[in-house]
Design a protein around this ligand. Structure first.
Ligand SMILES: Nc1ncnc2c1ncn2[C@@H]1O[C@H](COP(=O)(O)OP(=O)(O)OP(=O)(O)O)[C@@H](O)[C@H]1O
Ligand SMILES: [Mg+2]
Length: 590
């Protein structure tokens, strides 16, 4: 029996569309690329429900006449390539002539466009494969594309879309990349009623980074540049000794195209070996320019990767650019930002700052905090105390210490707890140890979902940066779970109404902003654990704090009850052991 048959045009189109359009961010990416290719100076992206209900991209680019507008939905129709040779020198972001065809095949789409030749614009409405209407309209020069109900006719795909806020994260990240690549273009991203990104046109990359990431980031960046054999690398990257604890702010562009590239990443990290402290990674915004013929851009379905003809050259260029930038020499003042610098993007608005410094702030409800824990609530946070083991968490009596773990001998340099273990001395890092203890407690609280909250009667107003707004919108549920409740005050202002009852009220703002900054950078899977670790770090005793014997006893006992006493949640060691045999040997005793 004959088994093979040709797929219907409709099924074939949907399969092809699936390659290009995976989720809302893919649609945004294709439409914004078209706008940039059309020479736009103003690109506005609007989403409803993370793009699942509506994605609208509007530009002031070249627009299309009626004939082109009708053609642009045909697969393999493009104005960007004509001959096979053109494939060798692609200067535009698009070139396959399939994006609009793919998007149209899996959505309800309305295109409005006008090419400036006369006042008459064209509106085309489509529903999946079906052309619904072509109408004359009055429209300014440029193009707008509205994509509604993505995957309405492809339920298998629709099921895989995440919640609206989760789809927003990648879109914001993409718009950030696009905005970095073209500082002279105005970019706006609006989600529902909220303006998430608003970047008016500027002259330099530095100004664009400032618009998106804030002052602290910009202050930590140096200019880098190197040129060789027709290739060039330039941009901004961390100054010596700056950097950050993760690799999440590393942006690469090749001939203006945002890319993910292993070679560039490896080169960057190698370039920084010895320039940053261990455990820190550079921030980087690197732009590689190469002759078009030396880069193959046609190697990835979403064009997110490229292939270099000469990878060695690219590697060398990055090493040189960073190396020369770093060796130009920077004063200490440049390298180490002055104490008291306000946070990067999220600054406490004037209002909030005044409120804190006047010390008027916390209403009666917030003052009750520490009563249960007896003054210093941090070793035995009120929250944890109420977890059901209040007694167990308050400092233990001397004899129970002996019974339960190494005996504390004292504190060294206000940083280390020295204890007698079974066959040697233990030197315990008090901060790392407390971090481990709190981390496990928080994990338990989190599992049971019983974060205790405290209300701020006069809530501080926070003015968030665009990236923080995205982080907040993407993680609303997680923050709620952790006991932070914020209310929008319009624009990018938020009021912090409640915070988890684990630390002093005056720490709440700093801790919240710190978490926000980090949450935006992480993938969904490890975000929760990471937030708990950060919370533990922020609430643990610091190095340099004198501890009394009871607290030390409590801490050591709790540490050895945890699942992993040797490592803090960030993977740093907690305990050093000095074997008795070593001591004996050193003192000449057998
Ligand atoms: N915003 C726009 N302004 C002006 N012309 C546009 C716009 N969007 C699309 N076009 C025209 O429609 C054509 C088809 O767009 P489409 O995105 O489908 O393909 P492409 O950009 O040529 O290639 P690719 O599939 O790689 O994106 C483009 O080549 C361009 O001529
Ligand atoms: Mg395109």
């Amino acid at each position: 029996m004959k088994k093979i048959h040709l797929l219907s045009e409709e099924v074939a189109q949907k399969i092809a569309a699936g390659e290009v359009v995976e989720r809302p961010v893919s649609v945004v990416k294709e439409l914004v690329e078209n706008s940039i290719d059309a020479g736009a100076t103003d690109v506005r992206v609007e989403l409803l429900d993370g793009g699942k209900r509506l994605i609208k991209v509007q530009d002031d680019g070249s627009g299309m006449d009626r004939e082109d507008a009708a053609l642009c939905f045909r697969r393999h129709s493009t104005s960007k390539l004509a001959t096979e040779e053109d494939l060798e020198r692609i200067a535009t972001l698009g070139f396959r002539g399939e994006a609009l065809a793919s998007i149209a095949a899996v959505s309800r789409l309305t295109l409005r466009t006008q090419d400036g030749a006369d006042d008459r614009g064209t509106m085309i409405e489509r529903e999946g494969e079906r052309l619904v209407a072509v109408t004359d309209i009055a429209f300014p020069r440029g193009t707008s594309v509205e994509v509604r109900d993505l995957f309405f006719n492809l339920p298998a795909r629709q099921k895989f879309l995440r919640s609206g806020p989760s789809e927003l994260g990648p879109v914001a990240k993409y718009v950030t990349q696009a905005a970095l690549a073209a500082p002279g273009v105005r970019f706006t991203l609006i989600h529902g009623a909220r303006e998430v990104i608003a970047c008016p046109p500027v002259m330099t990359l530095r100004e664009r980074v400032f618009q998106i990431f804030g002052k602290k980031m910009v202050d930590g960046l140096m200019d880098v540049a190197a040129e060789e054999g027709g290739g060039r690398v330039e941009g901004l990257a961390s100054r010596p000794l700056a950097g950050r604890p993760d690799k999440t702010v590393q942006y690469f562009f090749v001939n203006g195209r945002p890319v993910k590239d292993r070679i560039l990443m490896a080169a960057l990290n190698q370039a920084y070996a010895g320039i940053l402290e261990r455990g820190r990674s550079p921030e980087a915004f690197l732009f590689v320019s190469l002759p078009y013929a030396d880069v193959d851009v046609n190697v990835h379905p979403a064009k997110a990767e490229v292939r270099f003809k000469d990878t060695q050259l690219v590697f060398r260029l990055v090493l040189r650019a960073v190396g020369e930038g770093a060796s130009r020499g920077h004063t200490i003042k440049e390298v180490l930002p002055a104490a008291g610098d306000k946070g990067p993007a999220g600054r406490v608005a004037e209002e909030g700052a005044a409120w804190t410094s006047r010390g008027l702030g916390f209403g009666p409800a917030a003052v009750v905090v520490t009563a249960a824990a007896g003054g210093d609530d941090r070793l035995a946070p009120g929250a944890a105390a109420r977890l059901g083991g209040g007694a167990e968490l308050t400092a233990t009596s001397a004899d129970s210490q002996v019974a339960k773990g190494p005996a504390v001998l004292g504190q060294y340099e206000n940083m280390y707890i020295v204890a007698a273990g079974e066959d040697g001395l233990l030197v315990i890092d008090q901060h790392n140890a407390h971090e481990r203890v709190l981390f496990e407690k928080y994990r338990e609280i989190d599992r049971e979902k019983i974060w205790p909250r405290k209300t701020l009667l006069i809530p501080p107003i926070l003015e968030l940066s665009p990236s923080m707004v995205v982080s907040l919108e993407t993680n609303v549920v997680l923050f709620e779970d952790l006991g932070f409740r914020v209310e929008t005050m319009g624009g990018r202002s938020y009021a912090l109404k409640e915070y988890p009852d684990l630390f002093k009220p005056e720490q709440a703002v700093d801790i919240f902003l710190g978490l926000l900054e980090e949450a935006g950078q992480k993938t969904a899977e490890d975000r929760r654990e990471h937030m708990l670790a950060t919370l533990a770090c922020k609430t643990a005793v610091k190095a340099g704090e004198p501890l009394n014997r009871e607290k030390m006893g409590y801490l050591v006992e709790e540490l050895f009850k945890t699942s992993q006493p040797a490592l803090c949640p960030h993977g740093r060691p907690v305990v050093v052991r000095i074997d008795k045999s070593m001591i004996d040997k050193g003192l000449g005793r057998k």
